[in-house]
Design a protein around this ligand. Structure first.
Ligand SMILES: *Cc1c(COP(=O)(O)O)cnc(C)c1O
Length: 387
């Protein structure tokens, strides 16, 4: 069905930060399948683990114990200082689990109609509950009646959250992205997450972070909340880069939030199966045996500095911002056309929120590749703004 309008290109193979199209032309990939293939395409260790797992056992169902799932859960919890995990197949499903968990948590405290605070400009997925939580008219258009129980505040506005705490006793949780991705790479003020942590503690709310895009090293820490002291959430969702392209999502919970679900309250046929959890385990192996996160932090800083040096202050450039390997260049006009122009230069970029060029390169790019991204894109943007 026509849910996407794909570009006129198809890729037959990939290697590291490059994709090769069906005509044999190579492209430098600064999108990574929308923050998914963070370790690059056709990663040999992941490919080998997947092939071996496919030959051994792909699926059994959650009717039985799945050792890889248990190991992955334990390792993710250790990395994030969380206690329990529910595995899904996508980001939206991970957020669905978080929303259900928050409602059940509220019910257990006697809140009949639990509310969840969400932010303007947010993106949480395309299922009915997650599109209702999403702060975008475009995502919601045509799908009313929406799922109720979401209260919206401006992103990066702590006072707005405090105000709701005073007037709404049905709030049980808050769900935000540490950096808004689809919303245009919006980086909140330092201290935003730790202040939310404090408000949640004061009001007995669950702090829920959607780290589907920001997680797994993307912002230069394993999880974006780790940039701040005292910002560990009660619930955190992951997906995108968790399987480096193999569909897997996760909803992690800590403390009281980890005890909310019981057998029968939630489930998934495919979730956490031997194949996808093996993929994610191998992703963690690579993260733990290399310096990929620290390197990404450094390369992200370098990219941002280069773009700021070249574009800041230019007429038509509103902002150049980012965190780690998540970079946004906001222009003063719609710039979707840049995607096609970059494609002609054999560079893959993304445009989100209509006016923001978004770069999400694989975390493993080297300096030469970073320089190619900067040179190619700066030239295109300058020409585009003149045209
Ligand atoms: C991509 C994304 C989702 C949705 O994930 P899907 O796997 O497409 O369902 C949710 N939240 C954020 C922040 C995302 O970037």
């Amino acid at each position: 069905m026509s849910t996407y309008a794909p570009l006129p290109v198809a890729f037959k193979s990939g290697k590291g930060a490059y994709l090769t199209d069906t005509n044999g032309k190579d492209y430098l990939d600064a999108v990574a399948g929308v923050a998914v293939c963070s370790l690059g395409h056709a990663h040999p260790r992941i490919a080998e683990a997947l092939a071996e797992q496919a030959r051994t056992l792909i699926h059994t169902s959650n009717l039985y114990q799945i050792p890889h799932q248990i190991e992955l859960g334990e390792r993710l919890c250790a990395l994030a200082s969380m206690d329990k995990v529910f595995f899904s197949n996508s980001g939206a499903e991970a957020n669905e689990a978080a929303v259900k968990l928050a409602r059940l948590y509220g019910k257990k405290q006697g809140v009949e109609k639990p509310n969840i605070i969400v932010a303007s400009g947010s993106f949480h997925g395309r299922t009915l509950a997650t599109l209702s939580a999403t702060g975008s008219r475009k995502v919601q258009a045509g799908f009313s009646p929406l799922v109720s129980g979401f209260v919206r505040v401006d992103y990066n506005d702590i006072e707005a959250i405090k105000k709701i705490a005073e007037i709404n006793s049905d709030v049980v949780a808050i769900l935000v992205e540490p950096v808004q991705g689809e919303g245009g790479v919006i980086v909140p003020d330092k201290g935003y997450l730790s202040q939310i942590r404090q408000i949640c503690d004061d009001n007995n709310w669950l702090m829920m972070l959607d780290e589907i895009q920001t997680g797994m090293g993307r912002t230069g820490k394993m999880f974006a909340f780790q940039h701040e002291e005292n910002a560990r959430p009660d619930v955190m969702t992951l997906a995108k880069a968790l399987g480096n392209g193999v569909p897997i999502g996760a909803c992690l919970a800590a403390g009281k939030a980890a005890e909310v679900f019981s057998p029968g309250t939630h489930g998934s046929t495919f979730g956490g199966n031997p194949l996808t959890t093996r993929a994610a385990l191998t992703v963690l192996d690579v993260f733990e045996s290399t310096n990929v996160v620290a390197d990404a932090a450094e390369m992200g800083c370098y990219l941002l500095e280069q773009f700021q040096a070249e574009l800041r202050g230019l007429e038509g450039v509103v902002a150049v911002r980012g965190k780690g390997m998540m970079i946004g260049i906001e222009l003063s006009k719609s710039c979707g056309d840049l995607v096609k122009l970059a494609l002609e230069k054999q560079l893959l970029i993304n445009v989100t929120a209509d006016k923001t060029v978004r770069l999400l390169p694989p975390l493993i790019i080297n300096k030469e590749q970073a320089n190619t991204i900067v040179t190619t894109l700066v030239e295109l943007i300058k020409a585009f703004l003149k045209g």
